[in-house]
Design a protein around this ligand. Structure first.
Ligand SMILES: [Fe+2]
Ligand SMILES: [Fe+2]
Length: 332
């Protein structure tokens, strides 16, 4: 009977949507208590690929079917479907001022990064990533100061997604401060920010979410994420700029980074921008207030501890793009 519980899991009927192809089979239980159901009690209701109609969904709700079931082996397909639903649902209100709109875009971006991490990437996701990167850059082009409004605090499980969404705003903001005005280049930088940690999808959750220090073996797994990331998105049509940012964002100018210990001469300028944005976002994005540095503290840390390791120019432009308010020093 234990096997029954792990074979199927329940989903809410209202998590299904019309006009989107479901890539998982949906089952129903007839006159059986889910707690006592055996695998043979589940009856296929809709075999994948299935295009639900609005009518079917409202009928199900009308007759009181609130719960349906999916096989455990198709959990990833369902997770991706739900994540994409969130992306579709989160409407970006174009009439909002950029400084408010950027929060909405970041929200969409973090759900999208979640979809990328949970499931295989394909052209649908790649296209949506491009849309989000465009939205982010448009916002910054209208108001570079919008960057100060990005979200930096995440729920435990959303940390990585919020971080990537943050880096995708900070990277083009720094580049703009450095004088970059080429819209397409800025969009590529935003995409690089979204994708930079994609390799973490292959790092065990026990390592990613560990609160204590990592063992040497765990470090080895963590340090593999840039190379795993490059492998993950190879062949999906991403630009050289995005690919190099994914593979090189943990390298440092003095050769102390990983995976290859490259030095300044081997690191393109745009990668150095991603690195600065990544470090700043990691320092200021946290799972709880206790570990979070405020922006002032993060910049002071970078200035004191990372001299010679990160691009001076990108760092200066990061500071300028934030124009720190002195009152922030008093923040917890
Ligand atoms: Fe990383
Ligand atoms: Fe990162």
């Amino acid at each position: 009977m234990e096997a029954t519980l792990s074979t199927f899991f329940s989903i809410n009927t209202d998590s299904l949507m019309d006009n989107t192809q479901a890539t998982f089979d949906v089952y129903t239980l007839v006159d059986t208590d889910p707690a006592k159901a055996k695998p043979e009690d589940y009856v296929v209701y809709a075999k994948a690929p299935y295009q639900w109609t609005h009518r079917e969904l409202t009928d199900l709700v009308r007759i009181g079917v609130e719960q349906l079931f999916v096989q455990e082996s198709q959990r990833a397909a369902y997770a991706r479907y739900v994540a994409l639903k969130e992306v579709r649902k989160l409407h970006v209100d174009e009439s909002l001022e950029p400084r408010f709109r950027i929060r909405q875009i970041q929200d969409v971006a973090s759900h999208l990064v979640e979809a990328c991490m949970l499931t295989p990437m394909d052209e649908v996701i790649v296209e949506k990533l491009g849309d989000v990167a465009q939205g982010m850059v448009k916002c910054l082009e209208l108001d570079p100061r919008a960057i100060v409004n990005i979200q930096t605090l995440g729920e435990y499980s959303l940390y990585t997604y919020i971080h990537c969404a943050g880096v995708s705003a900070i990277t083009p903001a720094i580049a703009m401060q450095m004088g970059e005005r080429d819209h397409d280049k800025l969009v590529q930088l935003a995409l690089a920010g979204l994708m930079h940690d994609i390799g973490k999808k292959h790092v065990p959750g026990s390592v990613l979410n560990k609160s204590g220090p990592l063992s040497p073996e765990e470090w080895r797994q963590m340090r593999a994420h840039p190379e795993l990331g490059v492998r993950e998105i190879e062949g999906l049509g991403f630009s050289k700029m995005v690919m190099e940012s994914v593979g090189l964002h943990h390298e440092k100018l003095d050769g102390s980074g990983y995976p290859n210990g490259l030095t300044a001469a081997d690191l393109p300028d745009f990668v150095q921008i991603v690195t600065v944005a990544d470090i700043f976002s990691a320092l200021t994005t946290s799972r709880c207030y206790h570990f979070k540095r405020n922006r002032y503290e993060a910049l002071m840390f970078m200035k004191q501890e990372l001299q010679g390791k990160i691009s001076k120019e990108a760092f200066r432009c990061l500071v300028e793009s934030l124009v720190i308010d002195p009152s922030e020093k008093r923040e917890a």
